[in-house]
Design a protein around this ligand. Structure first.
Ligand code: DMJ
Length: 918
């Protein structure tokens, strides 16, 4: 703890506070509460905390050990196939791959985690490996943002802790700033990206050729995300201050200055995407999650690290806007920057889970507790936070790449409140990771939280962040070999020392940000509530905030976009909602005609209506699809730990309605299953493997059923196809009656299929479970059928086997009928329909069903009860108008052309949002 520890947190920080006070202020509030907790949730014993801390260490070893053993020097581990992910050698996953620069990403991202976890010896080894093996000059195009936060941040975090250790006198005595030299080399490689008139960086750069064309193969982009341009200052300023080379901090400041200039002046919000040449907003939706998140984070943290008041001023201005428009407790919903009372989405993305942590740093604890609690309930429902979920808490995007944001917020909330409830939350996170994501060769991202299926992916941030926050959550001061309060976490959880603020300060003096104004006390209004006062007086404070939200997720009612109504309805006839619209109803048509013509109320109705229409249609499209299914390998040595994501069939046994089907697998002959099987004895009572192509899926199903199979798995014949890169689809019937098909049929892409085929080659007997949701692996181990199986004595024992066990191989499997295969083109697969072509699917999993649209006039109050929305509107309209003086809904009249232009703009924005990935 720094020397400013005695300063009280309750009062506003004095004007122009020196950085040390401010940084310490945040830290004081975070640490002090942990010792004052006296009531509320049961305290956790020191032994239990230690046990959980040890569990985190063991999990880290499992992840890091497998990466080092089976993937290094590749950038990332592919935990299902137990090998390294080398860019160019795997099918491209699009933008996600831009993090991979052939620079041993995971090793660099893990450096300072090793020290936090007390693995000093391993850290020393890892640094030596980085210095020996890592090449930063590869001819590869990488994301400037990802390279900055993960690689530059990783090198600087490593350097920060290396010099700390060296000073302690035991480890790293040989260290001579080598990591810093690498960081500087990388910094110079990133600088050409800033060669724009705006000073905003290009989103990508070629590590070898910069943006010089044509060799660079980049430098033609026009847009970047706000977070991409606004998340550089911590690393770049640290690099400048460590080295004395001022240029890095100058460039990062210039980019931030430009973003600030471009904020939407009436709402003080920023959009998600900006044109790097013109500064125009390309996407005008605004939230605190994907695309913007760390821009806000870096404004506040730049103030903490650099002590520059202008960053706090900006942060507070944005924060005020966020709390005014985006925060709809406990939700955080995207809005339009120029129409901030209008929600831009009916769903939230998982990246916003970092925001409660940032609110803690800001000192605004109440909304942090509320949002965190809501997120925790979503997690309890799905085991992980899906990439996106709707306002009524249904899954919108089902993946979960083991993101650390929620653990981060949990850690900060625990530090702020000392409430042991947050330790229990951390314990649940650990349990879920071990139960559902742990595979023999590391931890695998969830492909679909609904089915529990895996993706062959373990991102580097899992090691950089998740284990750090989880370990720190349970650690006492003496469990860490240095004082964590002397450092600030970057967005990738890399540690930068606070003393940098007083080193090489000339840069900030020379290049102060534009429009600097003296701060008055209002800038500190919400900064750092005094936890000494808050919690000793009311140790149940945090609990009392959570209590009303207890059932907010379970009892939630379908919720539409209600903000517009809240703002300007005053007893008039309720507006026409998209879900109620009937093209045959003349009254509805009349209302539609009026929209946009008479008044701005009608115009806003129209805009909302269009927005709802678009969302409704995309939602309906989604709901017409059958959700994916799971193929879980349950036999030795997998024991249910590998779950493959599988496409459903529109015929045969519906796994969402029936118990799962379990059986050993056998390949059919002929392998394409297009004629009567010649090996019925081999597939009898088993799950038949069949190759895709040559005939309809239904025909294959009938042939294996006739041979006595109890289920079938169709494996894609398109070699290398994978659910990582191709969208899953449903297997359609043959246009005839398929009621005769009684067995379940699932589809696997070639990569997932070859995991089973490789397992057969290795173990001969491979048993799988076909289901709509993976079975708890503990239940599989308890299954009497498994009792005689050899079971792993510990995860560690089993991990070493795994590499050979499931390593993928390019060799052909010797059990195929070598059919000719012109089937790689889509045309040879008449049976496959894209989801959009599907008829209404017969079943939608119960958890995902939409309620009757006529029930939708409901929303959820904080007690979790459903109340009539229309009754609330009158009250809400009054308070909304009061609290939003900038917005005068219903007062201005907009000409029809501009309304139509707006509509088009919004429709385009929505379409783009739908296409965008996180
Ligand atoms: C991390 O790489 C960083 O936290 C980044 O700011 C956004 N999120 C990913 C992990 O989810």
């Amino acid at each position: 703890m720094s020397e400013a520890g005695g300063r009280g947190c309750g009062s506003p920080v004095p004007q122009r506070a020196p950085w040390s006070l401010v940084a310490a202020t945040a830290a004081i509030c975070l640490v002090s509460a942990t010792s004052v907790w006296t009531a509320g949730a049961e305290p956790m014993s020191r032994e239990e905390k230690q046990k959980l801390g040890n569990q985190v260490l063991e999990m880290f070893d499992h992840a890091y050990g497998n990466y080092m053993e089976h993937a290094y020097p590749a950038d990332e581990l592919m935990p299902l196939t137990c090998r390294g992910r080398v860019r160019g050698q795997e099918p491209s996953r699009g933008d996600v791959d831009d993090a991979l620069g052939k620079f041993s990403l995971t090793l660099i991202d893990s450096l300072d985690t090793l020290v936090v976890l007390n693995k000093t010896k391993e850290f020393e080894d890892a640094v030596r490996k980085v210095l020996r093996d890592v090449n930063l000059d590869n001819d590869v195009v990488v994301s400037v943002f990802e390279t900055n936060i993960r690689v530059l941040g990783g090198l600087l975090g490593g350097h920060s802790l290396a010099i700390m250790l060296k000073e302690k006198g035991e480890y790293m005595q040989w260290y001579n700033d080598e990591l810093l030299q690498m960081a500087k080399q990388l910094g110079y490689k990133l600088l050409p990206a800033f060669n724009t008139t705006s000073g905003l960086p290009y989103p990508r750069i070629n590590l070898k050729f910069g943006i010089r064309k044509p060799e660079a193969r980049t430098g033609t982009e026009t847009d970047t995300c706000t977070a991409c341009a606004g998340t550089l200052i911590l690393e770049f300023a640290a690099l400048s201050r460590f080295t004395g080379a001022t240029i890095f901090e100058e460039y990062a400041r210039k980019a931030l200055d430009f973003l600030w200039e471009k904020r939407q002046r009436s709402s003080n919000l920023v959009g998600v995407t900006i044109n790097i040449h013109t500064g125009d907003w390309v996407r005008k939706d605004s939230g605190v999650g994907a695309g913007i998140d760390s821009y806000y984070e870096y404004l506040l943290k730049a103030y903490v690290l650099l002590g520059d008041d202008s960053f706090l001023e900006r942060f507070n201005t944005h924060y005020d806007a966020i709390m005014r428009y985006i925060s709809q407790p406990p939700l955080l919903l995207d809005v339009h920057i120029h129409k901030p009372m209008l929600n831009a989405r009916t769903w939230m993305d998982a990246l916003l889970a970092f925001f409660p942590g940032l609110q803690v740093l800001k000192g605004d604890i109440r909304p942090a507790i509320e949002t965190h609690e809501m997120l925790y309930q979503v997690i309890k429902k799905h085991n992980f936070l899906p990439e996106a979920f709707t306002t009524d808490f249904r899954v919108h995007w089902a993946q979960h790449p083991l993101r650390p944001e929620f653990a981060e917020s949990t850690y900060f909330l625990y530090k702020a409140t000392g409430d042991p409830y947050y330790l229990e939350v951390g314990k649940t996170l650990i349990e879920n990771l071990n139960k559902y994501a742990r595979v023999p060769c590391g931890f695998a991202a969830m492909k679909d939280v609904r089915t529990g299926s895996h993706e062959d992916r373990m991102d580097s941030f899992f090691l950089a962040e998740m284990f750090k926050y989880l370990y720190l959550l349970f650690a006492d001061k003496e469990d860490i070999i240095f004082d964590i309060e002397d450092y600030i976490f970057t967005t990738e959880a890399h540690l930068l020392p606070l003393w940098l603020s007083t080193t090489n300060q000339s840069i900030s003096k020379k290049n102060t940000t534009s429009e600097y104004t003296e701060l008055d006390d209002s800038n500190f209004d919400w900064t750092c509530p005094n936890t000494q006062i808050l919690f000793p007086n009311d140790p149940l404070y945090a609990q009392s905030i959570r209590e009303p939200l207890k059932n907010v997720v379970d009892k939630s009612c379908p919720r539409g976009i209600i903000r517009v109504e809240e703002s300007f309805r005053s007893g008039a006839k309720p507006p026409l909602r998209a879900r109620d619209f009937m093209a045959t109803n003349p009254e509805h048509l009349e209302i539609l005609k009026k929209m946009g013509a008479a008044s701005s109320i009608d115009a806003e109705d129209g805009l909302r209506f269009m927005q709802e229409m678009i969302e409704l249609s995309s939602q309906q499209q989604k709901e017409q699809q059958l959700p994916p299914r799971a193929v879980q390998i349950v036999s030795h040595p997998f024991f249910g730990r590998v779950v493959l994501t599988a496409g459903p069939a529109q015929f045969g046994l519906d796994l969402s309605r029936h118990k799962e089907t379990r059986g050993f697998v056998a390949s059919s002959k002929p392998y394409n299953g297009c004629s009567e099987l010649t090996n019925p004895e081999a597939v009898m009572g088993k799950i038949a493997l069949i190759q895709r192509g040559q005939c309809m899926f239904a025909e294959k199903a009938r042939n294996i059923q006739n041979a006595g199979a109890i289920g079938g798995i169709v494996i894609d014949d398109n070699e290398g196809s994978s659910s990582d890169t191709a969208p899953l689809f449903q297997m359609a019937g043959d246009g005839k009656d398929t009621d005769d098909i009684k067995i379940p049929m699932l589809f696997l892409f070639s990569k997932e299929g070859s995991i089973i085929l490789d397992a057969i080659r290795e173990y001969e007997e491979v048993e799988v479970l076909l289901s709509d949701k993976a079975k708890d692996r503990a239940a599989i181990l308890k299954d009497p059928e498994m009792e005689n199986e050899e079971q792993p004595s510990s995860e560690n024992d089993s991990q070493n086997q795994s590499a050979e066990q499931i390593s993928s191989s390019s060799q052909e499997v010797d059990l195929v009928d070598q059919e000719s295969s012109e089937e790689n083109s889509l045309n040879s697969h008449p049976e496959a329909l894209s989801p959009a072509d599907m008829d209404n699917a017969a079943s939608i999993s119960p958890s995902e069903q939409t309620s009757n649209p006529t029930e939708n006039h409901e929303t959820t109050n904080l007690n979790g009860e459903c109340t009539d929305l229309d009754n609330q509107l009158q009250e809400q309209s009054e308070t909304e108008e009061d609290s939003n003086p900038n917005v005068s809904w219903g007062k201005k009249v907009q000409p029809i052309d501009s309304i139509l232009a707006d509509w088009n703009e919004d429709i385009e924005a929505f379409e783009m949002m739908e296409k965008d990935e996180l």
